[in-house]
Design a protein around this ligand. Sequence first.
Ligand code: AHR
Length: 498
Amino acid sequence: NNARMILNKDYIIGEVDKRIYGSFIEHLGRAVYGGIYEPDHPTADKYGFRQDVAELVRELQVPIVRYPGGNFVSGYNWEDGVGPVANRPRRTELAWTTVETNHVGTDEFCTWAREVGAEVMMAVNLGTRGADAARNLVEYCNHPQGTYWSDLRKAHGYSQPHNIKTWCLGNEMDGSWQIGSKTAEEYGRLACETAKVMKWVDPSIELVACGSSGSGMPTFPQWEATVLEHTYEHVDYISLHTYYGNRDNDTANFLARSMDMDAFIKSVISTCDYVKAKKRSKKNINLSFDEWNVWFHSNDADKKLERWSVAPHQLEDEYNFEDALMVGSMLITLLKNADRVKLACLAQLVNVIAPIMTENNGAAWKQTIYYPFMHTSVFARGTVLNATVKAPLHDTKEFTDVPYIDAAAVISQDEKELTILAVNKNLEESINLEIELNGLGNFRVLEHIVMDHPDLKAVNTRQKPFNVAPAPGGNAAMEDGKVKAGLNRQSWNVIRLE
Ligand code: AHR
């Protein structure tokens, strides 16, 4: 059971855009209320933000957070969420059939993002609204002063513009569940006209057009082609969304789904480049994988929720150890496509399908998936090397020739640190990985972090928050100029060299 990874200093995939370690906070369930914001919580700051949660977010070094949805944004009047809180309306929220109090809105969220060291990726409502509300929001957020909307922001106490650089033109507009869903033609035209006026207000912003809400949609990938034919010269990115689950309890097949994610990315790149050729354009459209995660544990419980409650326990997946392996594999897949994937958001960040869980008025803890996300975000910055990985293969129910090892290598900007991330998907046996460092210089092993557990279904809970956690116990070592590491069966590995 041996595998090889061949690295060469001159063979690279591309720079890691740190924004691939983005995440997402939607007005949904307890992400905002009871998640990042809980004014009565003992750790709340003067704005009402939980500092226990903020600290866990900071540890993840999330550079950008998408907001305020998601499906929520397609029915959202952003004006409801600014100005004196006492005057803000309570609204029926049709995406998730709850009541939105609007106690948190654009200004508060920007304050929170600054506290945790993240930029905001703002989505505009192209479900019930359009170009006018979108350009006003850009003016409210980014225009310095001296106009109606920028002066209103100042009057609300925010003298400095929020300077939001990255904007999403709606959310999942192809989905029948979306408020105000559209055909590709309808959406393409609306996105084009909205993009124009948003960039006229602030030419420095970047825009993400909605791709299909999943590769399984019947209109995929024609949707992407049509939307880009309308918007190509006005947008910078196209979005991808995907969620995986192990509904039939077939772990090997579940973990193999990173291959599906990779194929999805490759298909979207091809579609972008097809439109580029058709338009004789010199510009590339890059990819914003702005929703990705494991999501299925909470599906049944969510069907039983009562309508019109405030901040219910919604989409609260409790993640187990195999989910962490899958999230690790998905992160490696993003890295392997770093030349075109420039933004990505782990959906989501707190309580709602999230790495961080909280109790109302109580504790906050790290779910299993927190760790691979943190390791990758913190250590895998720099340049992704074009690694050749030769690993034993296996077949699963839906996939053939699945490598047991998923791995990526990232060298830091100053070339002083090399990080290898690897998942061993073999559920029975460990695999010896040998890494060749052609031309990369002399490295020594700094640490080999391992996350493994005998029970694939083990979880972290309020009572046992560190049941599944990484430890620095791996055996990676330099031998004859190569790295040799034993990768335990069913394990996540971070080998750090310096
Ligand atoms: O992240 C949860 C939901 O998943 C989002 O609101 C929506 O965009 C997607 O369907």
